[in-house]
Ligand binder design. Sequence first.
Ligand SMILES: [Zn+2]
Length: 181
Amino acid sequence: MSHPAPGALETVRAFVNTLDIDDAIEELARPADLGRWLADHDLLGGAGSVRTTGDDLRNAIELREALRAHLLAHHGRALDPGAAEVLDGAARRARLTLRFTGPDDTALEPAAAGVDGALGRLLAIVKAAIDDGSWPRLKVCPADDCRWAFYDTSRNRSAVWCDMRVCGNRAKVRGYRERHA
Ligand SMILES: [Zn+2]
């Protein structure tokens, strides 16, 4: 039972979870899988479909893993500096642009089309979550064989495991075995 994230941030959580490390399931195995996923999650900005290449898939997976690194850093760990560079690169390719969407409102929107634009929309969601304070609550489970993204709903933002009954217990058992080896 890992909690969904509020609003559009759930799309970022779903994107990180397109790789299920525990069960070795890769949802984005082929470029066409990526195109379908982006369409299913309304990231194409009105376009019904998108053409995807092997480079697009590589970029998307690199971005996904850089996002995962950021979510791991939400446990107070140091962030891999390369991860921020990957996000910067994706933002550049998307040509994220500030748009004035109302009298008191702005939004970041990609000037680029296709997969670059779609991945930019994910970054715009991240930026909005940073602004509204929800971003640090999106975390990945620190278990090496899990790394599942979940939203921390605890009052003091102290949740560690994706699921206390699964990964929390596994870690406890491992700790017990190490102490008693
Ligand atoms: Zn876990």
